[in-house]
Design a protein around this ligand. Sequence first.
Ligand SMILES: NC(=O)c1ccc[n+]([C@@H]2O[C@H](COP(=O)([O-])OP(=O)(O)OC[C@H]3O[C@@H](n4cnc5c(N)ncnc54)[C@H](OP(=O)(O)O)[C@@H]3O)[C@@H](O)[C@H]2O)c1
Length: 292
Amino acid sequence: MILVTGATGQFGTNAIDHLLKKGVNPAEISALVRDAAKAQPLREKGIEIRVGDYTDHDSLVKAFRSVDKLLLVSSNDRQAVENRTAQHIAVIKAAKEAGVKHILYTSFVRKPGYEDSAIAAFQNSHVQSELFLKGSGITYTILQNGIYLEMIPIFAGQKVAETGVILFPAAEGKASYVLREELAEAAAHVLTTEGHENKTYPLTNTESVSFTEVAQTLSTTLGKTVYYQSPSITEFETTMKQFGVPDLYISMFIMWAEAIRQGTVDLQDNTLQDFLGRKPTTLNQFISHVYG
Ligand SMILES: NC(=O)c1ccc[n+]([C@@H]2O[C@H](COP(=O)([O-])OP(=O)(O)OC[C@H]3O[C@@H](n4cnc5c(N)ncnc54)[C@H](OP(=O)(O)O)[C@@H]3O)[C@@H](O)[C@H]2O)c1
């Protein structure tokens, strides 16, 4: 039995769809969800629904009974990054108690020097979670997922097609963006093939791109010039506040822009391409699909 956590989230839903596409019997898949009402589409696919919360130990132990392989989709808790670490550790402890044999954990790509980057705290949460998993004695596979291509429209701004301007303080920093669905497909590949025991995989695209290239690609797709401006952090903050963007989002944008400027997510690798058996979706293909 394979159990996918975060199954009513985007990554979890895609991972289950790819397991089904790969021919896994729905009776062999179960889904951990917080809200059973949200899980109706999964139920209709024949997936067994197990209700549990990363913060409720007993619910997890009960949900993980008879599970052989568990795909632990990392938490999206927005209150404090430490909450995420505690939740991942709780899942691993419960899995151990329930007798789970193999855990796949969705981590994040890391480069040497990440400790000094703008996303150090966020990376540290993944490092702590990985270390706890490695020390648990359960067979593990760590999927160090790259930054989602889906973050680009968020960073570029909802109205970029109308305004023709991207305001994002990442300067000429590059990142190796990947389609979330392809990362989920890679997770399904690892769940259904042999030889991934106690391995750590960086899953990124084969090339990195800057926001200047994002603007150029958008210009071509939209048939109008899109300008990229990288203001100072202070200017960016002031402008975002003037637009009424909530503080939580402003600090999230600044954190990622700085990390990209620092080159923290500029890491290219062929593992994802090998798992997919094709080239991962490029910036060009993604932009054409979203804005074309
Ligand atoms: N690589 C990247 O660029 C990137 C970007 C964003 C996020 N991420 C990470 O990747 C993860 C998956 O991405 P996604 O796009 O699928 O995010 P998502 O759609 O927000 O899904 C997150 C899932 O985690 C579940 N979850 C959160 N807290 C939980 C708890 N206490 N107990 C049980 N389940 C809980 C959510 O449950 P509900 O459905 O009940 O809300 C949801 O199903 C995120 O959670 C985050 O850690 C990576």
